[in-house]
Design a protein around this ligand. Sequence first.
Ligand SMILES: [Mn+2]
Length: 350
Amino acid sequence: MKMTFRWYGDNDPIPIEYIAQIPLMDGIVSAVYDVPPGKVWSSESILKIKNAAEKHGLTFEVVESVPVHEDIKLGKKSRDEYIEVYQENIRRLGKAGVKVICYNFMPVFDWLRSQLDYKNPDGSTSLVYRQEQILKMDPKTGDLSLPGWDASYTKEDLVALLDEYKSVDHEVLFKNLKYFLDAVIPVCEEYDVKMAIHPDDPPFDIFGLPRIITDEANLDRFLSLYDSPYNGLTLCTGSLGAGRKNDIPKLLRKYCEMGRVHFVHARNIKLIGDCDFNETAHPSKYGSLDMYEIMKILYDTHFDGYIRPDHGRMIWGETGKPGYGLYDRALGAVYLSGLYEAIQKSANLK
Ligand SMILES: [Mn+2]
């Protein structure tokens, strides 16, 4: 298991040196962030990240994310040229020593939350999801006050894009995903780069858009679309965990045993009612997930991929990118590493 930490490059308010100072940290997870989806990343930009990591004794072996252009998800004719770009990015990343690419296949919207600065009783703030507030929004009007929504689409663009998705249901989206995998996985095999799809967050349809990386049946189906160890998963405990029927330890064990988990996002959430949740501190005590059990499964299955603490709260007055502050994620990383050491040592005593 290799412990990693997401770093947004030179624009990240957290200096890479601070990440290197977190105990037991192996590497960074990063990406070239100033190139829009569907464009090739320059080798210079990729090597710049690698060099920054290595200068601080860290590895750069996981990319999060290489975004998939909407035309690929929509299955438009133009997808072929965007897939060629994707293949080229895989080659360049492979040559630079990257081993895993995290990506997602969610139409239009990436992760969704109703609030990014929900105040907890202890004064810290968290990202939270309240279905009622989300349902009040109607992106089809083009006016979207969604927190975290980067507004890179104009009102007209968003309406037009949502219109294009009218003909894309779950089946079509699966078909378009298979088309994508058929084209990129052979390149991954050649360059020894593993693809690790991130589950949809939250794992159910929103705004009438289909979401397909949501539960066990769909994960099984996804893996069978292209049966290769290079077609794998980012197992995000918090994203999948928001699905009330998803038994995270069971899914983690199953897919780790199959050798199809390449990257783990470890995050705890507190489930509220049927759909809602709060992101919490990492320890088991605060959320609905048993993090000891999760780390035990990684140990038991000899997981040798990458893990990172996922979102953290904002604590100690820190400001910055919601979910991606230094302090709470660092505490999370050390807590997870501590659990792992304890599990490892007690197993060796037997
Ligand atoms: Mn995640």
